[in-house]
Design a protein. Structure first.
Length: 77
């Protein structure tokens, strides 16, 4: 799927993660650990893990790596 100019591409099933979940995906794409993401975003580690799990579940990804790869392709991050 091509990347829209506004960076708001959608998953083929119409899903677009919420802003906070995108913040987590961006940090994950930079290679940050859950603890580092939690500290930077002032969130509990459990919340960070929940955001990751939510994105994986909603769009059917099997791994965080797959999620960040596709998030880049769709212009989410």
């Amino acid at each position: 799927m091509s990347r829209p100019s506004d960076g708001r591409g959608e998953h083929p099933h119409g899903h677009h993660p919420e802003r906070r979940a995108l913040d987590v995906l961006r940090a994950d794409a930079r290679g940050e650990t859950v603890a580092e993401i939690a500290s930077a975003l002032l969130l509990p580690a459990r919340t960070v893990r929940n955001h990751v799990s939510s994105v994986l579940g909603k769009v059917g990804f099997a791994s965080r790596q797959q999620a960040t790869t596709h998030a880049r392709e769709w212009g989410w991050i």
